[in-house]
Design a binder for this molecule. Structure first.
Ligand code: FAD
Length: 597
């Protein structure tokens, strides 16, 4: 199909691909799932990985500091301690059965990755080396423990390369630079999934992938905020697509702001810089985290440190009275900075023109990680509602999913662990389920609607440019739905998002060509960002308490009696009406307690 023939009517896609299973997303979660599918089903299985980016450009490759497992290689550690830290880090909103699976499976998963070829840093004895990270403690909170396994400060890069090479070796079929536009649900919302519809970015052609099982592993949506550590492409596509079809999103109000973003740029300076001994100082040179978190100090959990920075700034103790503080790593010396943190040191030199050995580094909190997402069980199966009904054939894993192992706040290094453990488990589960899933049938409505979206966008001449609306959305989300929230700010934010949604119905796409039309891709992504923003703000407005990454100035306390529950936000696909439902938190061992560090 050429653009000339694209119309608003139902147009059959140019190419149909028959697969056994498709994985959308080639980050750590998607690749591990694809590898597992091939391993379980054998070389004949038709497993496709569809990715809007070339696989090695996925955001997993940007992860720096490490991936945790209680290996106990450099000091005593136990998976039960890790389990407790994860539950406490998540401000007790974590489903404890799921976190138990993650922390137990962690040890075997890291060893499996090492056997697949991942080049971890070593101790002098040849064991996998481990470093400290925020919120990871020994003996249920007594002090920091070395639990993060790493490959210098390029851990995600090593994970991605290792898994990609293994997938290539096993002949996984890759569809690189295909942007998925919709999920095939031929029996309607709540029915089974039967494939996806994607736009080939090189040619602007539509492709239908028919498969008995579909995994979404499309990562987060940090680009909804103005200052963020996330890559340009993290626009929440995988969350918005099922949301548009009436499926719920879980705990979207919980978004993590990482304390050490580079001032104004948002690029991340890994927590590993504090794990190796760096600390934060205010305008008078005071190590202020000692006041807020006397035991863990600069290694308290991220939500606590980000709020502390805001409070310092609000009290006029930001640097020169401005909205940032300093990270001090000067004392770490050249050996640590250049061998264990080479990329971080390079960022500081390149982007700030500062020398980390002699200069203080300006930092501010940056939007970093989505705790919420598509609700799943511990095997990646997608939940259709808060009561636990499943969507047959539909799976999700990685940052796009909410298992929920991170609850209200994720601990550093637990995300790489999450994508590995649950990516792998989802792949295994899909392989086991495949024989019982029906042959895929066509979702003509979804295919026609994808064609209409593309042709409609390319026909628009009098609307606004997507980039203008995106910038306003990012600004309003960062200033009104950020580290601190109030009823007034959230209502203003909700109204602004609704207004931007209305404006986004008339977009002008400058590029009308068929070759790598990134303008078109970004117009489509804007719609996804708006959907994610809506679910985030509505969920945040309703939750009248402060917990983990959701801090309300008007409701400053955690309220276990009223709010120890997960939010399920959905929107009627035809009515457009939002509804919020709630699901109890699974508590198996650790009763909620006051959370101090
Ligand atoms: C700068 C930075 C540093 C980090 N450091 C750490 C760390 O040290 N430790 C840690 O535990 N966590 C870290 N994190 C978090 C962690 O890296 C991510 O949460 C994790 O890598 C997400 O992996 P994923 O597989 O879910 O998705 P990603 O790696 O983000 O991959 C998403 C994939 O989905 C594809 N995709 C998206 N939309 C579509 C679509 N519409 N159609 C087709 N394909 C699509 C993309 O092409 C991509 O392949 C860091 C994050 C950032 C941003």
């Amino acid at each position: 199909m050429t653009l000339a023939t694209l119309g608003r009517a139902a147009i059959p896609p140019t190419r149909v691909h028959e697969m056994d299973a498709v994985v959308v997303g080639a980050g750590g979660a998607g690749l591990y799932a694809a590898l597992e599918l091939k391993q379980e089903l054998g070389p004949e299985a038709r497993i496709g990985v569809i990715s809007k980016l070339y696989p090695s450009r996925s955001h997993t490759g940007a992860a720096q500091g490490g991936v945790c497992a209680a290996l106990g290689n450099t000091e005593e550690d136990h998976w039960e301690w890790h389990w407790f830290d994860t539950v406490k880090g998540g401000d007790y909103l974590v489903d404890q059965d799921a976190a138990e699976v993650m922390c137990r499976d962690a040890v075997e998963t890291i060893i499996n990755l090492e056997h697949l070829g991942l080049p971890f840093d070593r101790t002098p004895d040849g064991l996998i080396n481990q470093r400290r990270f925020g919120g990871h403690t020994r003996n249920y909170g007594e002090g920091p423990v070395r639990r993060s396994c790493f490959s210098a400060d390029r851990t995600g890069h090593s994970i991605l390369q290792t898994l990609y090479q293994q997938c290539i070796r096993r002949d996984v079929a890759f569809f690189d630079e295909y942007q998925v536009l919709d999920l095939a649900l031929p029996d309607g919302p709540g029915g089974r999934a039967a494939g996806v519809i994607a736009l080939q970015l090189a040619t602007t052609e539509l492709h239908a992938f028919r498969a008995r099982a579909v995994l979404f592993a499309t990562g987060g949506y940090g680009k909804v905020f103005k200052v963020t550590s996330n890559a340009h492409t993290l626009t929440g596509d995988g969350m918005a697509i099922p949301y548009r079809r009436g499926l719920p999103l879980e705990d979207m109000e919980f978004f993590q702001f990482h304390p050490t973003g580079m001032y104004k740029l948002g690029f991340l300076l890994s927590e590993a810089m504090r794990g190796e001994g760096g600390f934060l100082v205010n305008d008078s040179g005071e190590r202020f985290m000692e006041r807020y978190a006397p035991t863990m100090k600069d290694l308290a959990s991220r939500d606590v440190i980000s709020r502390s920075i805001y409070l310092e700034v609000a009290a006029g103790r930001g640097i020169g009275g401005k909205d940032y503080v300093h990270l001090d790593v000067r004392h770490l010396g050249a050996e640590v900075l250049d061998k264990k943190l080479p990329d971080m040191s390079g960022f500081i030199r390149t982007y700030f023109g500062l020398e980390p050995l002699t200069d203080l580094v300006p930092i501010q909190p940056t939007a970093h990680y989505a705790m919420g997402g598509i609700p799943t069980d511990i095997d990646g199966r997608v939940l259709a509602d808060e009561k636990g009904a499943l969507v047959p054939g539909f799976y999700a894993a990685g940052e796009v999913a909410c298992v929920s192992v991170h609850g209200a706040n994720r601990l550093g290094t637990n995300s790489l662990l999450d994508i590995l453990v649950f990516g792998r488990r989802a792949g295994k589960r899909m392989a086991a389920d495949l024989a019982d899933l029906p042959e895929p049938t066509v979702d003509a409505e979804a295919e026609a609607s994808a064609a209409a979206t593309v042709s409609g966008l390319l026909a628009g001449t009098d609307g606004e440019r997507p980039a203008v609306i995106r910038a306003e959305l990012q600004e309003v989300m960062f200033s009104k739905c950020g580290v601190y929230r109030t009823d007034r700010l959230l209502v203003e934010c909700r109204d602004a998002v609704a207004d931007l949604r209305a404006r986004a119905r008339h977009l002008k796409v400058d590029d009308r060509g068929c070759r790598y039309n990134t303008d078109l891709g970004e117009a489509i992504e804007l719609g996804y960002l708006i959907d994610c923003a809506e679910a985030t703000v509505e969920s945040a407005l309703a939750r009248r308490e402060s917990r983990g990454g959701h801090a309300r100035e008007d409701y400053p306390n955690r309220d276990d009696a009223g709010w120890l529950k997960h939010t399920f936000a959905s929107r009627g696909p035809k009515s457009g009406i939002m509804s919020l439902r709630y699901k109890p938190v699974t508590i198996t061992k650790f009763e909620p307690k006051a959370r101090t560090y």
